[in-house]
Design a protein around this ligand. Structure first.
Ligand code: ZN
Length: 91
């Protein structure tokens, strides 16, 4: 299938490398759980994001919930959305 759909092939290999990475990135120094990436403890980092939920809002509860959902399910520090108000204001 890679011949006809190169994106599905590269996505699978990205998932595989993420799984391999999870085995080698060690455990969190805070909670001792397995990290899902070198810079990401799903337990601690998501808890940190959760604490900030009250400190930002897009002004649209559906967008807020969507951004929060990506943060609560993130497997890496680059794997979620973040509301950056200054960015919007500067446009
Ligand atoms: Zn942790």
């Amino acid at each position: 299938m890679r011949l006809f759909d190169p994106t599905s092939g590269s996505r699978d290999s990205a998932i595989n490398s993420a799984n391999n990475k999870a085995l080698s990135c060690g455990s969190c120094s805070d909670c001792k759980r397995q990290r899902t990436s070198a810079s990401w403890c799903k337990n601690c980092d998501i808890a940190n994001l959760k604490e900030k939920f009250h400190s930002w809002t897009s002004g649209n509860s559906m967008i807020d919930e969507f951004i929060q959902y990506t943060q609560l399910n993130a497997n890496d520090s680059t794997d979620y959305l973040e509301w950056i108000e200054n960015l919007i204001n500067s446009i």
